[in-house]
Design a protein around this ligand. Sequence first.
Ligand code: ZN
Length: 409
Amino acid sequence: MNEYQKEMIFNELATIKKCSPFYAKKYDGIDVESIRSQEDFEKLPFTDKGDLREAYPLGLAAVPEKDIVRIHSSSGTTGTPVVIPYTKKDVDDWAIIFERCYRMAGVTEKDRIHITPGYGLWTAGIGFQAGCERLGAMAIPMGPGNTEKQLRMMEDLKSTVLCATSSYALLLSEEIKKRGIRDKLCLRKGIIGSERWGDKMRKAIAEELGVDFYDIYGLTEIYGPGIGISCDYRNGIHMWDDYIYFEIIDPKTGKVLPDGEYGELVITTLRKEGAPLIRYRTHDLTRIIPGECPCGSRFPRIDIIVGRTDDMIKVKGVNMFPAQFEETFATMKDATSEYQIMIDHLEGRDIITVYFETPATGDARAAAEQELMEKIKSKLNVTIVPKAVDIGYLPRSEKKTNRIFDNRY
Ligand code: ZN
């Protein structure tokens, strides 16, 4: 915690119970007003998504309703949605940090930014748009879907920057390849959502599209995408620590971990008015990268997100997460980055079946299956059932791709 963050956080805590009925209730009986050290701060209980759901619809508001200019909501596919109120300043601040993201990626006012994330309750699209307009570039607000139209506009309007989730970028790159239209496009940069994706997939997309790519990070509860982005060195994500304070904790014990160790990312907002959040658990697994980045930016870095605390699966007594499989595929000649893992409980035993796409056929395909089985055995010490399938066999999606299906319960 640097001096600026201390000042912002301690001031925030001094008034939060007065402004926010949500935190008045949460911190009932805790003397947060007098917290003056990082040590005491680290004793505060975490805020979790479940708490936010209970505040539905507008219980998170920490300002009078007249000051709320917009709401966003995170996906409510499971249960009650979370509604985040924004003040005018929150909306402006988000555009400011988003503009920074574009600048970090070398995007300028001369660019034409093709925005495929969705618009609406979900925060993504409008964040890309507001940052683009603030930068002074040209926004092409496509939203997701309609690949035919995407490619036509990309060609005719000479889009130079593609903003997309990794799975949608993959889908577009495959279509571009299929149609052989790469030479007609002007793409030079890709700004790709923070979804965890393997190095092999990055390289495949970047090469196919002929772009430099940057990972952008964010979540609806904390502005939306744009609280951090990778630089030209692509060695992690620089986080705007003058807007947020972040910690890495052990997801099981809640203990703060030293820099360099993998754990769950926890974020405290420093400037948010509409819905300030203290020690919010993102459930994203990453680590703080120690040391300076060669790009010279003073903003600290986290590593690429390696998974979600809920993707962490325990099979046969072993903790594993998707990144470990992705790393393995990256070392294989005959595997792409597309895969799916099914876990079943049959006849008293857990069975892990790993489907992966391969261009190989016949003996080479059988050899790829054998190779995967052996590599996972030596990496994780578990035996899997490998199933090679044709390229394009596994589902692609415009939103985040679910890769692990645990059918045991
Ligand atoms: Zn850097």
